[in-house]
Design a protein around this ligand. Structure first.
Ligand code: ADP
Ligand code: MG
Length: 595
């Protein structure tokens, strides 16, 4: 196996590497660094998250730039502000012995003049988000006409986020002779086309198996009724008292909601999504990194690439439409040789998706039971015992000992222990003693939802479908937001090519019809009608009815639809919601002990 010396890195970098404690190069580093150091070439590198891509392009770039010059020589584009800051920080650490090095991060949401000033002081390397970069170019606040190296980091995600035009625009201001290094976890068609367009005969390296999750992550799933999702989440958290996790939701709104509920229920949680101000996002990330927050509830975009050590669990509160997203999510844990668990909470209707993920990541999901109330009480009790056992005594207490001893003079050790533990245990016990079993058994024909669909549900036809960018999940989100209904009030959503079906409880029927009367979306009338509850029988003569079920994999082009968003009401003021003191109402829920 190669060492970092073998790869041809210089002393300054080797010293920094030693400081960082990196012992051997990771696979992508081993493959990319020699090529990038020795050759003037373009490169496409595919590697999962957490494989050390930053250093794979960072070390060669640092070695090749001229620190004595103040000209900007390297440009790294990355999708989010968080990643941008993370990469800039890594680069500064890698280059800490490179005298005169100046790495500047530029990103939206923070003063452009400050950033321009930093650039002006002479930044050899700029790490930027595409939006702000474009902005600064058009205002002539940066000059990238002499760069020699451009990196597209997390290229797939940048394209997902619609940065293709910005990237094209930015690269048009760079010299043709530069080298472009593209790093991506996956290689969808869009990335391939970018590579083709902007790169000259790029060398390609692939690390590990495409789309395969890291092997030190185990994958579990929990089958519950959709309406029990949140309860299930709480139990998973309670059954893992030392949990340090990222919880993924599909929409900003759900992210915010789940975080708020967790906070209200006494957990140390925080939300991370694009509707929060930059400042709020920074605060939440800082709290998470310093473990003041145990559960970070996040959208995929906001959490992309975030590198926080020692995450024990990734919880897929909802699955995303994209299989690749699952890989990114689960890659947040099991890093740096540690093991991690990726949990998926699913309802029956999602099991099929799970199977298609299994196929693609080539790993099995293990079906697990949501722990019951007594199991959780037991875990909590033992965790407390363990904590007490390991607690260092605070001698400030000594001065009160006499009084305390007097109080317990007649209490035996045995009794004292029981009393002591009861303080904590009783809260959980009271909460959980009547808790129901949340698990849906695999053989069950239906899952609650189906009962409802039978008697008390209304079924609707709507004249938008996959062609309009609405796969069933997006349609469900759209309807929920339009109708201001809860997570599980819209169900049995079935998306066809040009139309779809969905159910709600009968009680919402009038509201649904009223809302979609004369309703326009993206300039087009959207029509909703009551239909009969037999969605699967074809040929009722409702327009062109093609049953082109795509199985578990949704069409790729769905992801960039500009649709529902524009019709969305913005979620109510996101101000000061991410963090709220959890001083407590006397709710029936057990409150978690602070640590
Ligand atoms: P990626 O961009 O592939 O998701 P990162 O570059 O963010 O991965 O690296 C993930 C983590 O691994 C970072 O904390 C980084 O400091 C660390 N790391 C990178 N290379 C090595 C190495 N050779 N040995 C040990 N840790 C490494
Ligand atoms: Mg990275």
């Amino acid at each position: 196996m190669n060492t970092f010396q073998d790869l041809g890195l210089n002393e300054d970098l080797l010293k920094a590497i030693a400081d960082l404690g990196f012992e051997t190069p990771s696979e992508v580093q081993d493959k990319a660094i020699p090529i990038l150091l020795e050759e003037d070439t373009d490169l496409v590198a595919l590697a999962q998250t957490g494989t050390g891509k930053t250093a794979a392009f960072g070390f060669p770039m640092l070695q090749k730039i001229d620190v004595d010059s103040r000209t900007t020589q390297g440009l790294i584009l990355s999708p989010t502000r968080e990643l941008c800051l993370q990469i800039a920080n890594e680069m500064k650490q890698y280059g800490k012995y490179c005298q005169g090095l100046n790495v500047v991060a530029i990103y939206g949401g923070s003063s452009i003049t400050d950033q321009a000033r930093e650039v002006k002081r002479g930044a050899q390397i700029i790490v930027a988000t595409p939006g702000r970069m474009k902005d600064m170019i058009s205002r002539r606040l940066v000059d990238i006409s002499k760069i020699q190296f451009s990196v597209l980091d997390e290229a797939d995600e940048m394209l997902n986020m619609g940065f293709k035009e910005d990237i094209t625009d930015i690269l048009s201001h760079t010299p043709d002779e530069k080298n472009t290094w593209l790093f991506s976890a996956t290689m969808p068609r869009e990335v391939a086309s970018i590579a083709k367009k902007f790169m000259r005969e790029p060398q390609e390296i692939t690390v590990g198996h495409k789309n395969q999750s890291t092997n030190n992550v185990s994958h579990e799933y929990y089958l519950v009724n959709a309406r029990d999702r949140y309860q299930a989440l709480k139990r998973l958290a309670d059954a893992n008292p030392d949990i340090f996790s990222v919880i993924f939701c599909r929409t900003k709104r759900d992210t915010q909601k789940v975080a708020e509920q967790l906070i209200e229920d006494g957990y140390s949680a925080g939300a991370l999504h694009g509707d929060l101000s930059q400042n709020q996002r920074d605060i939440v990330m800082k709290q998470f990194r310093t473990k003041q927050i145990q559960m970070l509830v996040a959208t995929d975009v906001a959490a992309r690439g975030i590198d926080v050590d020692n995450i024990t669990h990734v919880i897929n509160y909802q699955l995303s439409d994209e299989v690749e997203t699952y890989t990114h999510r689960s890659g947040r844990t099991g890093r740096a040789g540690k093991t991690g668990v990726s949990m998926v909470i699913v309802s029956k209707s999602e099991v099929r998706r799970l199977k298609s993920i299994e196929r693609i990541i080539n790993q099995k999901f293990e079906l697990k039971d949501i722990p019951n109330g007594m199991e959780i009480c037991e875990v909590q009790l033992m965790s407390l015992a363990n904590k007490i056992h390991n607690t260092e005594i605070n001698h400030e207490i000594d001065k009160y000992l006499e009084d305390i001893n007097a109080m317990f003079e007649d209490t035996s050790k045995d009794e004292l222990i029981k009393k002591f533990f009861s303080v904590e245990f009783t809260r959980f016990f009271n909460y959980y003693q009547k808790a129901k079993d949340l698990n849906v058994k695999v053989g069950d024909r239906d899952s609650g939802r189906e009962h409802k669909a039978g008697g008390n549900a209304a079924r609707f036809f709507i004249n938008v479908g996959e062609k309009d960018g609405f796969d069933w999940m997006k349609l469900k989100d759209f309807l929920k937001e339009q109708l201001d209904l809860g997570r599980d009030d819209v169900f049995k959503v079935e998306s066809k090519d040009t139309f779809s079906f969905f159910n709600t409880e009968k009680e919402h029927q009038e509201k649904v019809l009223a809302h979609f009367t004369d309703f326009k979306h993206n300039g087009r009338f959207v029509n909703v009608e009551i239909t009969e509850d037999k969605p699967n029988r074809g040929g009722r003569g409702r327009g062109k009815r093609r049953e082109d079920r795509k199985g578990g994999d949704r069409g790729r082009n769905d992801r960039n639809y500009g649709g529902p968003k524009s019709g969305r009401r913005r979620s109510d003021s996101s101000e000061s919601r991410s963090r709220r003191s959890d001083s407590g109402s006397g709710s029936s829920r057990p409150r978690r002990s602070r640590r």
